[in-house]
Design a protein around this ligand. Structure first.
Ligand code: HEM
Length: 407
């Protein structure tokens, strides 16, 4: 069994290249003691993501056993059970039922109607950045508050409550790496918060927000239970900002490596969307997809994975598979890409349209306002988050470089 190298978070792609050269799937040990099979090539990744015998429900007997056997006694996969009844922990037919109830809330027309508001939030945040400050952390000032404000407004979480969510979600996004205590504390706090919010909605009436919508949706008389509702709200809140923050961050990082390309976007707003698509492939914000387990022996390439074992799909590796993408380390927004940065199969990201729209608006408004932006540190000084799920920097120091251009 291999261990993740100590520089994995700083430089995952070199390790992935080496693994791909040796095979499609490898047994790995995480430093928490969790053992899992890591899938690194594109075709095998897609096979796993759509395989009916590879499942997610942690409450089933096999699911509970697989997690227990892989995690030993460390308990690292334990969270508050009441938040666990969501899409990423569900298999068909239960998954199809949950997905059907929530999909209309993310319909393209609803997302298009949100564009105006996202643009206004981006402008408000940019207005608050003092150009005379010289150096700022763009993650803190812009890439983080933008998606969390959008997702809080969408859900109906009062914006003044958003601060603790950052801490809570950081503790829970990465099940195999976080400490059990930190996860337990964060998930308990989230349960208490959402219980209160739902009670308030019931008492004071419903609004035009997602929590109100989830409280009322029915499909043939079928409704979400209270715990399914708070689990769904929790998933959307965490999935809806942790990832988008880093899509914005990773895009800005890539662009600032080539300042003329960045500046040129001011006059070519149509070039932003293909650029973001290539960032999703080249350095997307989800490195390794969420936990799965086998319910029957599965053969991938030369390797047979026995039943009842954990499987992790390295999306960041699949998206650089040289058998699928020509010159995969090159950043080329003109390539026709069928990356799997948003996953594949039934768990394909529900918020892909929202994430693409937010990132496009974030970058377009940033370059209009700060065309002379520069990265304030060298590449090797950037600190990447120690998360196997999320690929993003801990902070993004930039020099504002002079007065901002008027919008
Ligand atoms: C750049 C931003 C984003 C990326 C890269 C991303 C990526 C992903 C990936 C890879 C999955 C599948 C995980 C797996 O199969 O293990 C997923 C699922 C999901 N995402 Fe996203 N996501 C992003 C933004 C969002 C946003 C903005 C929302 C909601 C507002 C969202 C909500 C969800 C939900 C609810 C699921 C579960 C779907 C299901 O199980 O049926 N995501 N996302």
């Amino acid at each position: 069994m291999r261990q993740l190298p100590t520089d994995f978070f700083q430089a995952p792609y070199a390790f992935y290249r080496q693994l791909r050269a040796e095979g499609s799937v490898h047994q790995i040990g995480l430093r928490t003691g969790v053992r899992a099979w890591l899938v690194v090539d594109y075709d095998a990744a897609k096979e796993v993501l759509r395989h009916p015998d590879i499942r997610k429900d942690p409450h089933s007997a096999t699911g509970a056993q697989a997690r227990h056997a892989a995690a030993g006694s460390s308990g690292v996969t334990a969270t508050n059970r009441r938040l666990s009844y969501h899409l990423l922990n569900a298999d068909p037919p239960h998954h199809s039922r949950l997905r059907k109830l929530v999909t209309p809330a993310f319909a393209p027309a609803r997302m298009a109607a949100l564009e105006f508001r996202v643009a206004a939030i981006a402008d408000e945040l940019l207005d608050r950045i003092d150009p005379a400050a010289g150096r700022v952390d763009l993650l803190e000032e812009y890439a983080f508050p933008l998606p969390i404000t959008v997702i809080c407004e969408l859900l109906g979480v009062p914006v003044e409550d958003r601060e603790p969510f950052r801490e809570w979600s950081a503790a829970v996004v990465d099940t195999p790496m976080s400490t059990p205590e930190a996860m337990r504390e964060a998930t308990d706090a989230i349960v208490e918060y959402f219980d209160g919010l739902v009670a308030m909605r019931r008492e004071h009436g419903l609004g035009d927000d997602l929590i109100s919508h989830l409280l009322t949706v029915t499909d043939d008389g079928d409704r979400l239970s209270h715990d399914e509702l708070i689990s769904m709200a929790f998933l959307i809140l965490v999935a809806g900002h942790e990832t988008t923050v880093n899509l914005i961050g990773n895009t800005v990082l890539t662009l600032l490596a080539d300042p003329p390309r960045y500046r040129a976007l001011r006059d070519q707003p149509d070039a932003v969307a293909p650029l973001i698509e290539e960032v999703l492939r080249h350095n997307g914000p989800v490195n390794i997809a969420t936990l799965r387990y086998t319910t029957a022996p599965i053969t991938l390439g030369e390797t047979e994975i026995p039943a009842g074992e954990l499987v992790l799909v390295a999306l960041g590796s699949a998206n650089r598979d040289e058998r699928h993408f020509a010159d995969p380390t090159a950043f080329d927004p003109d390539r026709a890409s069928n990356h799997i940065a948003f996953g594949y199969g039934i768990h394909y990201c529900l918020g892909a349209g929202l994430a693409r729209m937010e990132a496009r608006i974030a970058v377009t408004h940033l370059v209009t306002r700060f065309p002379e932006l520069r990265l304030a540190v060298d590449d090797d000084e950037l600190r990447w988050r120690e998360s196997i799920l999320i690929r993003g920097v801990q902070d993004l120091p930039v020099d504002l470089a002079g007065a901002p251009a008027l919008p």
